[in-house]
Design a protein around this ligand. Structure first.
Ligand code: ATP
Ligand code: MG
Length: 482
């Protein structure tokens, strides 16, 4: 955070678009201010995005006049219902709105809106750091208006509401999600009273649409420390409402002196580990790998059993979790496409590398793993390494050493056998033709037998060897070749 005097703000706003707005506002004799996230990000030295301008008077009138002044190359969109207008010009996007005062009723986040002063407009904003305004009119260009001391909160790295937080959150409960999102993105603390109000008002989140909630969750997930966001959601009690399956992972049960680990905190550690490894390498799936980390053990609460001999077990939790992924994606309004399939696949397979690494690392087991994971094998390995959160250094080292062995074998086998995008060298059609069969069970049996033989290393991944194998197997099944 930097402290900016007026001269510095003048310099930072030295862009043609601000000067044009300045002149247009002066001509119309209306006050215009740049507000909100753009101003905040100037102080925080973050890349600034869209520009929001508040006009004391009509935002639409200023936007129209600006567009006329800029001439060709400027594009205007007016939203009369909302009293707003957007101007696009040379890659700049400026949104204009009239200063407004808002009052809310209990059952909706749609306020009654009236014209207001600049300060009314600042008061209706969610957080003090989002309530700063800088004047654009020529005589006062660069003057900062910060009635709620947002600059001090930035200095102290605090998220606080300009008004009584119970009112701010109850009026528009989406602000509770934004509160945690900003705390996570900016790595700020939530001011104590504001945090208490999150807990008190948490039930109000139920009037917010899932689309809005998931938007904020995705911003939390894409940030540098998503685990902190989930931790805050847990602490204020919102998690229970918006993501009960994740909440259910929290807690430790002890029986006969045996306790299992707390799967919620373990999950957040795995998510943090994944984020850390993504600093070095990050592909297009990076956000979804994070979701896979968050969901990898989601089946544990439902598969937890007490076994007098073994203690706590979570048998098949990966398969239970795999089944839960589409349900969770659907309810959360996450995409039900190949991204969901990817998460589902990783959740289903996440125990495999560790089982291999726990026993002897055989060619056959690694080939099967490669066959099932396909192109997602590297992401799966990344997830599984992140999953080793043991405090026992020796145990941890043993797993990491074995994982290195698995990785070496993966490279080796891929070169030799090209299993990754495995297509069986003898097709179903060829089998049907050679044995004069209609589509039937026997064809499937033969195909599976060839696949298994290749994955087990009994025959090489080549057409002639595979065909020979099919002929012999068919003979044993009592089928004759044409
Ligand atoms: P970013 O664009 O980086 O997510 P931002 O602060 O610019 O952050 P926007 O959603 O673009 O967020 O909103 C712009 C400004 O509008 C905010 O800075 C804030 O002043 C105000 N604002 C947005 N949403 C709300 C809300 N739900 N309640 C009150 N004020 C809001
Ligand atoms: Mg913005």
């Amino acid at each position: 955070m930097r402290h900016l005097e007026r001269e510095e703000l003048v310099k930072l706003l030295n862009k043609p678009v601000f000067h044009h707005i300045s002149e247009v506002a002066d001509e119309l004799d209306m006050e215009a201010y740049v507000v909100g996230g753009y101003v905040r990000d100037l102080f925080l030295e973050r890349p600034s995005k869209d520009i929001d301008v508040v006009v004391v008077g009509s935002g639409i009138t200023v936007a129209e006049a600006l567009c006329k002044r800029l001439g060709r190359g400027a594009h205007l969109s007016v939203f009369r219902n909302f009293g707003t207008a957007q101007v696009h010009w040379h890659g700049e996007e400026v949104e204009f709105v009239g200063a407004r005062r808002e009052s809310y009723s209990h059952d909706s986040r749609k306020p009654i809106v009236e014209d207001g002063t600049l300060e009314d407009d600042q008061r209706r904003r969610d957080f003090t750091i989002n309530a700063l305004a800088i004047c654009l009119n020529k005589a006062r260009f660069g003057e900062l208006l910060d009635p709620f001391e947002g600059v001090w909160d930035m200095e102290d790295r605090l998220i606080a509401t300009p008004l009584d937080p119970d009112i701010t959150f109850s009026d528009d409960p989406l602000r509770m999600m934004r509160c945690i999102r900003f705390a996570t993105q900016l790595n700020f603390e939530i001011e104590a009273e504001t945090f208490e109000a999150l807990s008190r008002n948490r039930e109000r989140i139920k009037i917010i649409s899932q689309e809005r909630i998931i938007d904020e969750l995705q911003k939390i997930m894409a940030s540098d420390s998503p685990s902190r966001g989930w931790e805050l959601l847990f602490q204020c009690g919102l998690l229970e409402i918006i993501f009960p399956e994740l909440q259910a992972m929290q807690g430790v049960e002890t029986r006969n002196g045996r306790a299992h680990k707390d799967n919620f905190w373990h999950t957040l550690e795995v998510l943090s580990n994944v984020v850390r490894t993504q600093r070095e390498q990050r592909n297009d799936n990076y956000l979804w790998l994070r979701w896979a980390a968050l969901l990898h053990d989601i089946g544990k609460p439902r598969s937890k059993r007490w076994d007098p001999q073994l203690g706590w077990t979570f048998h098949n939790h990966n398969f239970v979790g795999e089944k839960m992924v589409p349900q969770i994606f659907r309810r959360m309004k996450l995409p039900m496409d190949e991204r969901m399939k990817y998460v589902q696949k990783l959740v289903g397979l996440h125990m495999r590398p560790i089982v291999i690494a726990d026993e002897e690392v055989t060619d056959s087991a690694v080939r099967r793993l490669l066959f099932e994971a396909g192109d997602d094998i590297d992401d799966l390995m990344q997830l599984c390494e992140a999953d080793i959160t043991s405090r026992n250094e020796q145990r941890k080292q043993r797993f990491l050493d074995n994982f290195r062995l698995v990785r070496e074998k993966l490279v080796d086998l891929e070169e030799r056998d090209r299993i990754r995008n495995f297509q069986p060298p003898v097709s179903g059609e060829e089998i049907m033709e050679r044995f004069n069969l209609p589509p039937c069970k026997e064809v499937g049996t033969l195909k599976t037998a060839v696949k298994d033989a290749i994955l087990d290393g009994i025959i090489p991944n080549e057409h002639d060897a595979a065909l020979q194998f099919v002929i012999e197997k068919a003979k044993r099944m009592g089928l004759s070749a044409e």
